[in-house]
Write a protein that binds this ligand. Structure first.
Ligand code: SF4
Ligand code: SF4
Length: 136
């Protein structure tokens, strides 16, 4: 008997199977609804954690962030959380640890830095580098 698609592993899906992001009952304009209020299908990557194989993660320091939104624009996985042009944090359920957000952060010191997955946010913030002076 066929399993429901929601119980299948990725390697059990038929090649070419389509997994729909949203459920079929959408009667609103997606662009006008915040991501957490949209109706995702149970098989979408939004409904499931897809960041559990990450080995390094970006940590955000709100003290130095200037809300420039570079990280939000460049993240290839929509894993930077921002509201009303203010940085709010990183979605660790979906972030893959690629480090692109760190590369494009313009502050000195950077407001996003990569740390090993096992380092807590508190530990990371306590090790944050100080501002580098010109010529250093
Ligand atoms: S590490 Fe990569 S996936 Fe994660 S928030 Fe930064 S840019 Fe996005
Ligand atoms: S790129 Fe850096 S300064 Fe700009 S919003 Fe992101 S964390 Fe803040």
């Amino acid at each position: 008997m066929n399993k429901p698609i929601s119980e299948m592993g990725w390697d059990e899906l038929v090649p070419g199977a389509a997994l729909y992001t949203f459920d079929g009952s959408i009667d609103y304009n997606i662009a006008e609804i915040q991501p957490e209020d949209r109706k995702y299908s149970e098989t979408s990557s939004k409904s499931m954690s897809v960041g559990d194989w990450r080995v390094i993660k970006p940590v955000w320091n709100s003290e130095t962030c200037i809300d420039c939104q570079n990280c939000w624009i460049f993240c290839p996985d929509t894993s930077i959380i921002a509201r009303n042009k203010e940085m709010k944090g990183v979605d660790y359920e979906h972030c893959k640890g690629c480090g692109l957000c760190v590369s494009v952060c313009p502050t000195n010191p950077k407001s996003l830095l990569m740390f090993n997955e096992f380092v807590t946010v508190e530990e990371a913030l306590s090790q944050w580098p100080v501002k580098q002076k010109k010529g250093e």
